[in-house]
Ligand binder design. Sequence first.
Ligand SMILES: Nc1ncnc2c1ncn2[C@@H]1O[C@H](COP(=O)(O)OP(=O)(O)OP(=O)(O)O)[C@@H](O)[C@H]1O
Ligand SMILES: [Mg+2]
Length: 322
Amino acid sequence: MTQSDVVIDIQNLSVTFNRGRKPVKAVNGVSLQVRAGEVVALLGESGSGKSVTMRSLLRMHPKGTTIDGSMSVAGSDVTGLSTRELANLRGAVVSMVFQEPRLALDPVYTLGRQIEETIMRHEKVSRSAAMARSLALFEKVRIPSPARRLQNYPHEMSGGMLQRAMIAMAIACNPKVLLADEPTTALDATVQIQILLLIRELQKEYGLSVIFVTHDIGVAAEVADRIAVMYAGRIVEEGRVGDIIRDPKHPYTKGLLGARVELADGRDRLITIPGAPPDLANMPPGCAFAPRCAQASEPCRTEVPALVAAERAGQVACLLYG
Ligand SMILES: Nc1ncnc2c1ncn2[C@@H]1O[C@H](COP(=O)(O)OP(=O)(O)OP(=O)(O)O)[C@@H](O)[C@H]1O
Ligand SMILES: [Mg+2]
């Protein structure tokens, strides 16, 4: 990957929350690059640090949070931006879509009004021009009766339609980057597929770089070019979708896929993932997955495996490799 086509560059990011009795290291040395026009799925179970990683890219953290490492988006060093520069970056260069669009929208304004305001905040255009663009955007995301729907308040829309409206708002100012944090998790299965297809279609048309957060490996496979698997604040495996699905390496990824592995005694077994992720305020000394791993051996309990290039493709952080 050449340096010039990297749009999102996260280097050795650690995020520690200091509010409780013990510090909580929610993200622990994450590095991730996303190229122009590439979709990377950030995959992992609840609490693995996916949302915290995403929010770091827009510096959306409560006071007292320690952030180490470096992050740049479309050439801007996020850590060095002023509050004003950050506000300009948001929406115009980087947009975010969330699991619960209702929380991101203002209940007292119509959807049309909110999209217009978003456009006028970033660009010098008249209200009537912004209105025309809002209508075109609602048509683009295929909201039926778009002119009438622009007059609706958020509570008048179904979850799926509201997510379409959020996506319209997210692409309103032609961003380079879309951060999508479980945008389909709250929707039922058929609507979920429609929204995934819509995001994929817009991503291609606009050449967006996307980080798509999900806990569902099927969704990741559907939407992404590459998958980064997170566990307890670290990336434990990363690679192209096809490679991860065909040949998962980390025992955790295998567990997510319900894959079969051969044990030391020659038997094979279906990997399931018993147990729960570790307490981030009391991390085990070695591999964070070792307490749940059928293939863990003694060194796994003392040594934290580094993320290294895997044999044929991708990267894996597991002592079974290398
Ligand atoms: N503001 C905060 N203060 C303290 N701890 C936090 C804060 N925000 C997140 N955490 C903790 O950081 C860890 C990672 O949270 P994060 O929201 O990134 O998980 P996630 O992978 O997005 O999970 P989910 O799939 O449930 O959304 C969790 O243990 C969470 O409790
Ligand atoms: Mg989350």
